[in-house]
Design a protein. Sequence first.
Length: 323
Amino acid sequence: MSLTVLTACIYAESELEMKFEKDLLGLKNLNEEQILYVIDTARKMKMLIDSPNKKSPQLQGKTIITLFYENSTRTRMSFELATKYMSGNAANISASGSSVAKGETLIDTGKTLDMMGTDIIVMRHPCSGAADLLAKNVRASVINAGDGMNEHPTQALLDFYTILEHKGHIRDLKIAIVGDIKHSRVARSNVYGLTRLGAKVFLCAPKTLIPPDMEKTGAIITTNLKEALDGAEVVMGLRIQKERQNSGLLSSVREYHKFFGLNEQSLKMADKDAYIMHPGPVNRGVELASNVMDGPLSLINEQVKNGVAIRMALLYILTRRSI
């Protein structure tokens, strides 16, 4: 597909664009129609990523700033590349190298960026609710790139896109999510969206890593890996967040892998063609065995590419709202 045809395809009018809020703070309140529209837009954007000339004009004249109070590689870089592929102006601010380190508040930082003509602020923050607080105090659109233990909506959207590419549907699929559920904003966003799209979601972890509120999400909670994996068509590992394990919730990562690790032996309990996913980064030999991570049914690298496409789609949709 030529760049001219692709551009015309992406620019096709849709009333759905106007049904999005100013900000993307989570998936809890996003409906099925909106989720599928983002994915459909991402499909078009992926054509650009796969083309030899990765440049289109959709964000020309728009400024996107990534404001990260926590470390990130995949999420931050994918937003920056998404912006540049669509001819937007991209800038990155890390808390350690900004006025935040001097005591500036989140709201003051946001208002400063607002006054500089920023169109979208993409923020990651260690506190749940930080993205919502920022969004209420700035004119710019805010995309939540992960807030505390609350949500990580763009990761979940790229997961849905990846599943749809390989399975063709999500409704009625059994999807097992195994790992540190307690600290995982990825798990929350995935459960909100997957259940809305009709999947049967199992969450599996040691009892100490399952928060009580997850029982209200519509997912099936279990500490039994066999129950979670039995017949599962998609298996998603979650990173054991060693930086948050300061209260003795796990005896050791070796013991975790013994009882909850995803390896050739444990995955025999899943569907024989079960796809393997992980939001990254992966602790090899802890959540996933290396031969599983690098195996033919692993979609981890495809998730990374789809992450750029999803973020391109969201930047496009949110900037189109103001046209």
